[in-house]
Design a protein around this ligand. Structure first.
Ligand SMILES: Nc1ncnc2c1ncn2[C@@H]1O[C@H](COP(=O)(O)OP(=O)(O)OP(=O)(O)O)[C@@H](O)[C@H]1O
Ligand SMILES: [Mg+2]
Length: 241
């Protein structure tokens, strides 16, 4: 009952713009995010993918338009989690970083150790709990950031290019974690530059150009029948300017 009342979904963006001075960062976005398979956000550099994720998290307020999470319009960070492009680690052990996330989510002290072990196992870092988090490799840090985000028991998990700069093995383990989270009912909204990854993970695609949503489609339709020339150009690997 509480859960239903506190639900973050659907996430509704209604004609939302975000401006910084004279610059339009997000341009009149109308979008509904509902439970289901992951939503992948794609588009060229500077299109506004990261900005859209920050907006969905409630970290930036619309300059105009409305945003609501399950009918709520406040910005209380209830059961939403975000992993940034370059996640920041606490200067503590891997396990302590996850425990910190659990404490923030209100997990009782006596339950934390077991949850830490479970989450580290889930992201394949069970052996590295005692390591200083900042000594982890890039791929390990991404997985730790995912574990920390999952510690918050999110209903929506916002991921900003979590596999950028990772090798194929590390990419695969991050994708496995994302898939597992999605299968357990977490709504994943993820920015990606990797079209192979979009095919592997997406239920639907949101294609952005210059701060606006240019196209939104089921993943198969996006790749097979893009409905805008910008999307077709992007999919060919040509420059969208
Ligand atoms: N606070 C700000 N003030 C001014 N401009 C900003 C601000 N934040 C973002 N921008 C601009 O808004 C645009 C969108 O940026 P954003 O980081 O969302 O793009 P992106 O699609 O994530 O790009 P990338 O693929 O490079 O990660 C960029 O042109 C960026 O320079
Ligand atoms: Mg970005």
């Amino acid at each position: 009952m509480m859960r239903a009342l506190m639900s973050n979904l659907p996430l509704l963006l209604d004609d939302v713009s975000v401006r910084a001075g004279a610059t339009t960062i997000l341009d009149r976005i109308t979008l509904t995010i509902t439970p289901g398979a992951p939503t992948l956000i794609v588009g060229p550099n500077g299109a506004g993918k990261s900005s859209l994720l920050r907006l969905c998290m409630g970290l930036v307020a619309p300059t105009s338009g409305r945003i609501s999470w399950g009918g709520r319009t406040d910005h209380a960070p209830v059961r939403r989690a975000i992993v940034f492009q370059r996640p920041a680690m606490l200067r503590r052990s891997v396990a302590a970083n996850v425990a910190y996330g659990l404490a923030q989510a209100g997990t009782l002290r006596g339950e934390r150790a077991q949850r830490v072990a479970f989450l580290l196992e889930r992201v394949g870092l069970a052996e590295l709990g005692d390591r200083p988090a900042r000594r982890l490799s890039g791929g390990e840090q991404q997985r730790l950031a995912l574990a920390r985000a999952l510690a918050r028991d999110p209903e929506i998990l916002l991921l900003d290019e979590p596999t950028a700069n990772l090798d194929p093995a590390a990419t695969r383990s991050v994708e496995d974690v994302v898939r597992m989270a999605a299968q357990s009912g977490v709504k994943v909204v993820m920015a990606s530059h990797d079209l192979g990854q979009v095919r592997r993970l997406a239920g639907e695609v949101v294609f952005m150009v210059r701060g606006a949503v240019c196209e939104r489609a089921a993943v198969g339709d996006f790749f097979d029948r893009p409905s805008t020339s910008e999307a077709a150009t992007f999919l060919r690997g040509d420059l969208v300017i």
